[in-house]
Design a binder for this molecule. Structure first.
Ligand SMILES: *Cc1c(COP(=O)(O)O)cnc(C)c1O
Length: 335
């Protein structure tokens, strides 16, 4: 199958599986799994932070970070479209007793500075205590403008807030902008990075930040049920991904541009955006369900909505994209 639904569908390759099966392991809840420790130290070093912590998912990594920054009755400022707000089951509120203050994202994924400034609440018993600004990079595939990130975090700091980055795809942002990942992480107190997306590991995220913050997140990870035992087999896949699957993200980005250009040439399709490994396109509503079925019958998995997202990744080749484009063309030619 050619699977364009997400970059989470990437499968571990034989050499990655070999690295996993050769991993030296211990009991990570006791802190003695050498491969997990090596992954945490490596990611901390590459992102320019003091410490790292391995999590089973990005959702849990983000939540533990929010809970490390904010206590019960505190508040975080976040975009309406942010994963930590919209796609994590409301975990910050449900499990963290943290109130989200969502704000409309601009088209480029940023949250306008004046909206952030206006949303930070004065110290007053009527209000939740605004403690944190959470941004996401990439967001909807788009790389946040570096100048914007610097200004937003500076504003947050001036008003006494901390800053968290949901950097699930921060390596896509680094490769697309030609900047070291440490430069993109530098403004933030904490960054959560996914290895189970374009980096191609089966499982895992790493949270980085100061040792003090990671110590608090470590406690929350335990509370959230995220302590894993011989997790070195998973950490080995992430270490393999860091060494072999970062630079190649550029291929995914080129493939997304190719996919977008191909869709653009089809009269019935309107490409809304293409950035890093994601293409968003609009299809006539009445064609969405039949086209999804048509593609599935031809071995292509998509999620056709009015605004459909196509994600490129290491298990989708240039030829696969041409196959997809030909199938879409054939569908519309027959109508
Ligand atoms: C995938 C993703 C996460 C974490 O998702 P998990 O499936 O829990 O690993 C967090 N933020 C963004 C932006 C993501 O795309």
């Amino acid at each position: 199958m050619i699977d364009l639904r997400s970059d989470t569908v990437t499968r571990p390759t034989p050499p990655m599986l070999a690295a996993m099966s050769a991993a030296e392991v211990g009991d990570d809840v006791w802190g003695d799994d050498p491969t997990v420790l090596r992954l945490q130290a490596t990611v901390a070093e590459r992102t320019g932070k003091e410490a790292g912590l391995f999590f089973p998912s990005g959702t849990q990594s983000n939540l533990a970070a929010l809970m490390a920054h904010c206590a019960r009755g505190d508040e975080y400022i976040v975009g309406q479209l942010a994963h930590t707000y919209k796609y994590e089951g409301g975990g910050a509120a449900v499990l963290g007793s943290i109130q989200p203050q969502p704000l409309e994202n601009a088209a480029d994924g940023s949250i306008p500075l004046e909206k952030i400034a206006a949303a930070i609440k004065p110290i007053d018993n009527h209000f939740a205590r605004t403690r944190l600004l959470a941004l996401e990079n990439t967001i909807g595939g788009k790389v946040l403008p570096a100048g914007y990130v610097a200004e937003a975090v500076q504003l947050a700091r001036q008003r006494g807030l901390s800053a968290h980055l949901d950097g699930a795809r921060v390596y896509n942002a680094a490769v697309a902008s030609g900047k070291p990942v440490a430069a993109l992480c530098e403004p933030f107190d904490s960054v959560s990075i996914c290895f189970s997306k374009g980096l191609g590991a089966p499982v895992g995220s790493v949270l980085v930040g100061s040792q003090a913050l990671i110590d608090v997140a470590h406690r929350w990870r335990k509370v959230l049920g995220g302590g894993m035992r011989q997790a070195g087999v998973l950490a080995a896949a992430c270490l393999y991904a860091l060494d072999h699957n970062v630079e190649r993200l550029a291929d995914d980005h080129a493939n997304a541009a190719h996919l977008a250009a191909g869709l653009e040439a089809i009269e019935q399709v309107k490409v809304q955006s293409v950035a890093t490994n994601m293409v968003f396109a609009q299809f006539p509503q009445q064609h969405c369900a039949p086209l999804e079925t048509w593609l599935k019958e031809r071995g292509i998995l998509t999620q056709m909505l009015y605004a459909s997202r196509f994600v490129t990744h290491k298990d989708v080749s240039r030829a696969d994209i041409d196959t997809f484009l030909a199938a879409v063309k054939e569908y519309f030619a027959a109508r």
